[in-house]
Structure formats: C-alpha cells, structure tokens
Design a protein around this ligand. Structure first.
Ligand code: WQD
Length: 332
C-alpha cells in the first residue's frame, strides 16, 4: 500500500516524504511543480536511499489524478497541494479560491471513487484569525480570517468536517501548522520561495547571504514584550514527523480530528533575528517598517492535544531552526 502526497515536492511535503520513507512507508508524490522542481525528488532519494514515485500533474485534473489511484495502491492521502502565500492571496483572491478549493474537491471525488479512507489535510493556524488570545487550543473560535489564504484553509476544514459526517468510515485529520521554518540537516531540501520571500526566515537568510539589502521588521508597536510580532516557530522536520504520527492515528481511528502542530513557545521577530545572529555568528541588517496588513500581534499554540493523542511533541529548538535554515541557504 502507498501514501499519496499531493504537493509533495514542496517545502513541507518533501520533508514529510523523507520522514514517511524513514518510517518504511511507500510514498507517491504528485505535484504541478508551480512552486517546486523535480530535482527535489532526486534530493529525497539522496537523503533516504529510496526514490518516491512521482507524477507531474495538477490535482484539479480529475482524469490525471484518477489514473494515479489506478496505477498505485493508494491507502491514504496527505493533501499539501495549494497556493500558500498570505500577501499574494490578498492580491489574487480568485486564483486562491479557485486553486485551493478545486484541487481539494477533485481530490475528494477521486478518493471516494477509489474507496480510499484516510486523508490528512495541511491546514494552518491562520484559521484562528484574531478571534481569541493565544495560546490557541483546537476548540478556539475560527473564521474571521484576515486573508483569502486563511479563508481557503477555513473553508476546506468545513468541507472535510462535512465529508467525515457523511462518510463515518473515513478518517480525516486536520493539521493546523503554526510557523514552519528550518530545513533538513543534510542541507539538500528546504524552503525556496519564488521571488521576494513573504515569510520571515527566508528573508533573514537571504539578507544574511547578501541577496537582500536588509530585513524590514513589520512594526515594533505591537502589544508584545519588545513590540514586534510573536509567532510559534516549529522546525519543519518536527512538523514532518507530526504527519507520520497523524497518519498512524488515522490508521487506528475514524471520524474527523483537529491537531495543532506547534511548539507552544512564542518568539518575537527580534528574538528570531538575535537567535539567528548568535547561532550562525553573522549580522542581520534590519530596519523597522510599518505594520504589514493582515498581521496579528501574537500567535502561538497549545500543542498538548497532539502530545496526548498522537504521542508527538516538537523536539528541535530555535537555534536548530536557525542553523539548519542557514545551512540550506548556503547550499541552495
Ligand atoms: C512572521 C512574523 C511578520 C516577514 C504565514 C502564514 C501561515 C504560515 C506561515 C503557511 C510576523 C514578521 C515577516 C518580513 C517581518 N504559512 N515579518 N518581516 O504571517 O505569521 O504566517 O506563514 O502555512 O499560514 O499565515 O509568517 O513569516 O510571514 O511572519 O517582520 O519580511 O515576521 O510581521 O510578525 P506569518 P511570516
């Protein structure tokens, strides 16, 4: 039996493929390569010694996706495929709703046609919006998202909850990621944003290596200890291992279940800059800029449910994240 990873050559998907292969699972990756490249498949093979099956396709292409389920004995799916840049989603809402919802609805139709019973969904802490104070528990209010990207994740969670009610024999796990950063220790895979990075860590590493002149820190007047935004940064390898634990959970349970994947620790932007400088003995030039529209002051998780039900807990610290991110930047 095999596990299908949609969008599996992306940042989170590729790291999850490595950890699933390390856990002796057979992995099939489908990806349209709009935000990654087929070289990643070679890198996964180099890290694990096993080459995952790969088919280039748009998950919204029903015939192409159906053919993969016919070709391989797909036992379950981890659904990463989707556009994921918060700022871009504000500028391109139609493309975000069309792509993220179409891919999901097509996948669900094919999953049903092939009687596949397990689905893990890549959701996001953005569904919590600014509805309640951190730390966020899974039963905290969701919705009132501050951008179309967050709304697509919220809507897909509603779709999947409905599918779980209609198909009680299915197991659907919704994983709400906090802020994934870092890279595999090999330096062979990591986060490679197209164009100007939206996210903090890639912008820091590109500033440190000289690609960017300086980091703009979006606001130092938030109600936080040093005035800069606070987030729950989690090492991408810990996040990937959380998917392995979630898949095992899905094999033993039915129904829909939501889990936060975070560390439960909030760090400010300045905390991250200082940790990066110390871990890598390099200066990061920065300037304070106005707040970024859509940002909230503080977002971090209560990860206790995943510890209790998945037996999973993030193990790597901020220094690990900064060191691994820097090694990747120097290699890529
Ligand atoms: C982090 C902090 C910024 C860039 C988003 C998505 C979330 C997830 C992670 C996919 C904030 C500050 C950033 C910069 C800065 N993505 N910042 N200068 O917005 O918390 O979360 O990415 O799942 O779903 O919403 O991440 O890295 O953009 O920002 O000062 O150049 O760094 O203001 O406080 P964010 P981020």
């Amino acid at each position: 039996m095999a596990i299908l990873l949609t969008g599996g050559s992306g940042f989170i998907g590729s790291h999850t493929a490595v950890e699933l292969i390390n856990a002796k699972e057979k992995v099939v990756i489908v990806d349209d390569l709009s935000n990654s490249s087929e070289v990643i498949i070679d890198k996964i093979e180099k890290i694990t010694g096993i080459r995952p099956e790969f088919r280039k396709l748009d998950v919204a292409d029903k015939a192409a996706l159906d053919a993969v389920f016919t070709e391989f004995p797909i036992d379950g799916v981890i659904h990463f495929a989707g556009f994921k840049a918060v700022g871009e989603s504000v500028a391109k809402p139609i493309e975000y709703y069309r792509n993220n919802l179409d891919t999901t609805l097509t996948l669900l139709e094919v999953v049903r046609a092939h009687n596949c019973k397990k689905l893990i969904f890549s959701s996001s802490a953005t569904v919590y919006g600014d509805n309640s104070p951190a730390p966020f528990r899974e039963d905290a209010p969701t919705g009132n998202c501050t951008n179309p990207y967050g709304w697509t994740k919220y809507m897909i969670e509603q779709i999947l909850q409905g599918v779980a009610k209609a198909c009680p024999e299915m197991s659907i796990v919704l994983l709400r990621y906090f802020n994934p950063i870092g890279a595999h220790e090999s330096g062979l895979i990591g986060e490679r944003p197209n164009g100007i990075p939206n996210n903090l860590l890639p912008y820091i590493t590109q500033t440190a290596i000289g690609i960017r002149d300086h980091l703009s820190i979006y606001g130092d007047d938030y109600p936080t200890p040093d005035g800069t935004g606070v987030r729950d940064y989690i090492h991408v390898v810990d996040l990937a291992k959380g998917h392995v634990a979630a898949y095992k959970y899905a094999c033993q349970n039915t129904g829909a279940e939501v889990f936060n994947l975070g560390t439960g620790i909030g760090y400010s932007v300045l905390d991250v800059v200082k940790a990066f400088e110390k871990a890598n003995q390099i200066k990061v030039k920065y300037e304070i800029s106005p707040r970024r529209p859509g940002d909230i002051a503080t977002c971090y998780s209560d990860p206790s449910k995943a510890a209790k039900l998945l037996g999973w807990k993030a193990e790597k610290n901020l220094v690990d994240m900064c060191r691994d991110a820097w090694r990747w930047q120097q290699n890529c």
